[in-house]
Write a protein that binds this ligand. Structure first.
Ligand code: CDP
Length: 227
Protein backbone atom coordinates (compact mmCIF):
# COMPACT_ATOMS: atom_id res chain seq x y z
CA UNK A 1 0.00 0.00 0.00
CA UNK A 2 1.48 3.45 -0.86
CA UNK A 3 2.57 5.18 2.34
CA UNK A 4 0.16 8.06 1.80
CA UNK A 5 -2.78 5.64 1.72
CA UNK A 6 -2.01 4.12 5.12
CA UNK A 7 -4.72 5.44 7.48
CA UNK A 8 -3.63 7.84 10.22
CA UNK A 9 -5.60 9.20 13.16
CA UNK A 10 -3.97 12.33 14.60
CA UNK A 11 -4.68 13.33 18.19
CA UNK A 12 -3.25 16.70 19.17
CA UNK A 13 -3.81 18.87 22.20
CA UNK A 14 -2.26 20.66 25.16
CA UNK A 15 -0.33 19.02 27.97
CA UNK A 16 -2.26 16.56 30.16
CA UNK A 17 -5.39 16.73 28.00
CA UNK A 18 -5.52 12.94 27.99
CA UNK A 19 -4.07 12.52 24.49
CA UNK A 20 -1.68 9.72 25.42
CA UNK A 21 -4.25 7.54 27.16
CA UNK A 22 -6.89 8.08 24.48
CA UNK A 23 -4.47 7.62 21.57
CA UNK A 24 -3.04 4.38 22.96
CA UNK A 25 -6.49 2.89 23.52
CA UNK A 26 -7.68 3.91 20.06
CA UNK A 27 -4.53 2.37 18.55
CA UNK A 28 -5.03 -0.85 20.49
CA UNK A 29 -8.69 -1.14 19.44
CA UNK A 30 -7.93 -0.52 15.77
CA UNK A 31 -4.79 -2.70 15.85
CA UNK A 32 -2.76 0.31 14.64
CA UNK A 33 0.77 1.42 15.48
CA UNK A 34 1.15 4.25 17.97
CA UNK A 35 3.43 7.29 17.79
CA UNK A 36 4.01 9.20 21.02
CA UNK A 37 5.76 12.16 19.38
CA UNK A 38 6.13 13.97 22.71
CA UNK A 39 8.36 11.10 23.88
CA UNK A 40 10.84 12.02 21.12
CA UNK A 41 11.04 15.60 22.40
CA UNK A 42 11.32 14.30 25.95
CA UNK A 43 14.08 11.83 24.97
CA UNK A 44 16.05 14.59 23.32
CA UNK A 45 15.55 16.79 26.39
CA UNK A 46 16.67 14.01 28.73
CA UNK A 47 19.80 13.38 26.65
CA UNK A 48 20.57 17.10 26.64
CA UNK A 49 20.11 17.46 30.41
CA UNK A 50 22.33 14.46 31.07
CA UNK A 51 25.07 15.68 28.73
CA UNK A 52 24.85 19.28 29.89
CA UNK A 53 23.92 20.49 26.42
CA UNK A 54 22.43 23.98 26.74
CA UNK A 55 18.69 24.04 25.99
CA UNK A 56 19.36 26.95 23.62
CA UNK A 57 22.10 25.25 21.58
CA UNK A 58 19.97 24.52 18.52
CA UNK A 59 22.71 22.90 16.47
CA UNK A 60 23.87 20.51 19.21
CA UNK A 61 20.28 19.62 20.11
CA UNK A 62 19.40 18.87 16.48
CA UNK A 63 22.45 16.59 16.30
CA UNK A 64 21.32 14.77 19.44
CA UNK A 65 17.82 14.33 17.98
CA UNK A 66 19.14 13.09 14.64
CA UNK A 67 21.11 10.32 16.29
CA UNK A 68 18.70 9.52 19.09
CA UNK A 69 19.33 5.84 19.96
CA UNK A 70 15.72 5.20 20.96
CA UNK A 71 13.55 2.11 20.79
CA UNK A 72 9.83 1.84 21.51
CA UNK A 73 8.90 -1.51 22.94
CA UNK A 74 5.23 -1.64 23.89
CA UNK A 75 4.86 0.64 26.92
CA UNK A 76 8.63 0.89 27.32
CA UNK A 77 10.93 3.54 25.87
CA UNK A 78 14.63 2.77 25.69
CA UNK A 79 17.48 5.25 25.25
CA UNK A 80 20.52 3.27 24.14
CA UNK A 81 19.73 0.19 26.21
CA UNK A 82 18.39 1.93 29.28
CA UNK A 83 14.69 1.85 30.09
CA UNK A 84 13.84 5.56 30.52
CA UNK A 85 10.04 5.19 30.40
CA UNK A 86 9.69 6.79 33.83
CA UNK A 87 12.65 9.18 33.65
CA UNK A 88 11.23 10.98 30.58
CA UNK A 89 7.95 11.66 32.45
CA UNK A 90 9.58 13.90 35.08
CA UNK A 91 8.22 17.48 34.96
CA UNK A 92 11.76 18.84 34.59
CA UNK A 93 12.13 16.81 31.40
CA UNK A 94 8.68 17.85 30.12
CA UNK A 95 9.47 21.52 30.66
CA UNK A 96 12.86 21.16 28.95
CA UNK A 97 11.13 19.32 26.07
CA UNK A 98 8.70 22.18 25.62
CA UNK A 99 11.59 24.69 25.52
CA UNK A 100 13.64 22.84 22.91
CA UNK A 101 10.50 22.06 20.86
CA UNK A 102 10.47 25.70 19.78
CA UNK A 103 13.74 25.24 17.83
CA UNK A 104 13.20 24.71 14.07
CA UNK A 105 16.37 22.64 13.46
CA UNK A 106 15.40 20.24 16.23
CA UNK A 107 11.86 19.80 14.86
CA UNK A 108 13.32 19.20 11.41
CA UNK A 109 15.68 16.56 12.81
CA UNK A 110 12.71 14.64 14.26
CA UNK A 111 10.50 15.02 11.16
CA UNK A 112 11.62 12.01 9.11
CA UNK A 113 11.80 9.78 12.15
CA UNK A 114 8.13 10.51 12.90
CA UNK A 115 6.96 9.90 9.31
CA UNK A 116 8.51 6.44 9.42
CA UNK A 117 5.96 5.39 12.06
CA UNK A 118 3.31 5.38 9.29
CA UNK A 119 3.18 1.67 8.57
CA UNK A 120 0.40 -0.78 7.69
CA UNK A 121 -2.24 -1.37 8.90
CA UNK A 122 -2.36 2.20 10.27
CA UNK A 123 -1.13 4.73 12.80
CA UNK A 124 -2.49 6.73 15.70
CA UNK A 125 -0.17 9.71 16.22
CA UNK A 126 -0.30 11.87 19.34
CA UNK A 127 1.32 15.27 19.82
CA UNK A 128 0.97 18.96 19.03
CA UNK A 129 1.48 19.12 15.27
CA UNK A 130 0.44 15.68 14.05
CA UNK A 131 -2.57 17.05 12.16
CA UNK A 132 -1.11 20.42 11.21
CA UNK A 133 2.42 19.48 10.05
CA UNK A 134 3.19 15.75 10.04
CA UNK A 135 0.00 14.20 8.65
CA UNK A 136 -2.17 17.06 7.34
CA UNK A 137 -4.07 14.67 5.02
CA UNK A 138 -4.93 12.16 7.74
CA UNK A 139 -8.48 10.84 7.31
CA UNK A 140 -9.29 11.69 10.94
CA UNK A 141 -7.85 14.57 12.96
CA UNK A 142 -8.82 15.19 16.57
CA UNK A 143 -7.97 18.05 18.93
CA UNK A 144 -8.40 17.25 22.61
CA UNK A 145 -8.77 19.97 25.20
CA UNK A 146 -9.61 20.14 28.91
CA UNK A 147 -9.71 22.91 31.50
CA UNK A 148 -6.48 23.84 33.30
CA UNK A 149 -7.99 22.48 36.55
CA UNK A 150 -8.87 19.11 35.06
CA UNK A 151 -5.44 18.84 33.46
CA UNK A 152 -3.56 19.81 36.63
CA UNK A 153 -5.49 17.13 38.56
CA UNK A 154 -4.69 14.51 35.93
CA UNK A 155 -1.00 15.38 35.80
CA UNK A 156 -0.85 15.33 39.63
CA UNK A 157 -2.30 11.83 39.73
CA UNK A 158 0.01 10.64 36.91
CA UNK A 159 3.11 11.93 38.70
CA UNK A 160 2.13 10.54 42.12
CA UNK A 161 1.34 7.15 40.53
CA UNK A 162 4.82 7.11 39.00
CA UNK A 163 6.39 7.86 42.38
CA UNK A 164 7.30 11.53 41.71
CA UNK A 165 6.42 14.21 44.24
CA UNK A 166 4.06 16.91 42.96
CA UNK A 167 2.33 20.09 44.05
CA UNK A 168 -0.95 21.01 42.42
CA UNK A 169 -0.35 24.79 42.41
CA UNK A 170 3.10 24.40 40.82
CA UNK A 171 1.60 22.07 38.24
CA UNK A 172 -1.13 24.53 37.36
CA UNK A 173 1.49 27.22 36.82
CA UNK A 174 3.72 24.91 34.76
CA UNK A 175 0.78 23.84 32.60
CA UNK A 176 -0.22 27.40 31.85
CA UNK A 177 3.36 28.36 31.00
CA UNK A 178 3.77 25.30 28.78
CA UNK A 179 0.43 26.04 27.01
CA UNK A 180 1.55 29.58 26.29
CA UNK A 181 4.95 28.43 25.00
CA UNK A 182 3.45 25.68 22.79
CA UNK A 183 0.69 27.90 21.40
CA UNK A 184 2.78 31.02 20.78
CA UNK A 185 5.90 29.62 19.16
CA UNK A 186 6.35 30.54 15.52
CA UNK A 187 7.08 27.01 14.31
CA UNK A 188 4.33 24.35 14.47
CA UNK A 189 2.32 26.12 17.19
CA UNK A 190 -0.29 24.15 19.08
CA UNK A 191 -3.63 24.68 17.33
CA UNK A 192 -6.39 22.53 15.88
CA UNK A 193 -5.67 21.28 12.35
CA UNK A 194 -8.01 22.21 9.54
CA UNK A 195 -10.97 19.86 9.66
CA UNK A 196 -10.11 18.56 13.15
CA UNK A 197 -12.88 17.38 15.47
CA UNK A 198 -12.68 19.19 18.81
CA UNK A 199 -13.25 17.22 21.99
CA UNK A 200 -13.29 18.72 25.49
CA UNK A 201 -12.45 15.95 27.94
CA UNK A 202 -12.87 17.98 31.18
CA UNK A 203 -16.08 16.20 32.15
CA UNK A 204 -15.84 12.87 30.36
CA UNK A 205 -13.82 9.75 31.11
CA UNK A 206 -10.95 8.54 28.95
CA UNK A 207 -13.14 5.62 27.85
CA UNK A 208 -15.89 7.98 26.69
CA UNK A 209 -13.30 10.01 24.75
CA UNK A 210 -12.01 6.80 23.13
CA UNK A 211 -15.55 5.82 22.08
CA UNK A 212 -16.12 9.28 20.58
CA UNK A 213 -12.90 9.07 18.52
CA UNK A 214 -13.67 5.52 17.36
CA UNK A 215 -17.19 6.65 16.38
CA UNK A 216 -15.71 9.43 14.23
CA UNK A 217 -13.20 7.03 12.71
CA UNK A 218 -15.81 4.47 11.70
CA UNK A 219 -18.24 7.02 10.30
CA UNK A 220 -15.38 8.63 8.35
CA UNK A 221 -14.34 5.23 6.94
CA UNK A 222 -17.94 4.45 5.96
CA UNK A 223 -18.22 7.83 4.21
CA UNK A 224 -14.92 7.22 2.37
CA UNK A 225 -16.11 3.83 1.15
CA UNK A 226 -19.22 5.40 -0.37
CA UNK A 227 -17.13 7.84 -2.40
O1 CDP B 1 2.67 14.77 28.27
P1 CDP B 1 2.63 16.17 27.79
O2 CDP B 1 1.41 16.47 26.97
O3 CDP B 1 2.92 17.17 28.82
O4 CDP B 1 3.85 16.38 26.85
P2 CDP B 1 4.35 15.54 25.64
O5 CDP B 1 3.24 15.26 24.67
O6 CDP B 1 5.11 14.37 26.13
O7 CDP B 1 5.34 16.60 24.95
C1 CDP B 1 6.36 17.26 25.66
C2 CDP B 1 6.66 18.58 24.96
O8 CDP B 1 7.14 18.32 23.65
C3 CDP B 1 5.43 19.48 24.76
O9 CDP B 1 5.27 20.43 25.78
C4 CDP B 1 5.68 20.16 23.44
O10 CDP B 1 6.33 21.39 23.60
C5 CDP B 1 6.63 19.26 22.72
N1 CDP B 1 5.99 18.56 21.60
C6 CDP B 1 5.93 19.22 20.38
O11 CDP B 1 6.35 20.36 20.26
N2 CDP B 1 5.41 18.60 19.29
C7 CDP B 1 4.91 17.36 19.38
N3 CDP B 1 4.42 16.76 18.30
C8 CDP B 1 4.93 16.68 20.62
C9 CDP B 1 5.47 17.32 21.72
Amino acid sequence: MPQNDIPVVTIDGPTASGKGTVAQKVARTLGFHYLDSGALYRLTALSALRRNVALTDEHALAKLAEHLPCTFNGEHVLLANEDVSNAIRAEEVGNAASKIAALPALRQALFGLQLRFRRTPGLVADGRDMGTVLFPHAPLKVFLTASVDARAQRRYKQLIDKGFSANIEDLRKDLSERDARDANRTIAPLKPAEGAYLLDTSDITAEQAVQRVLGWYFSQSAADMQR
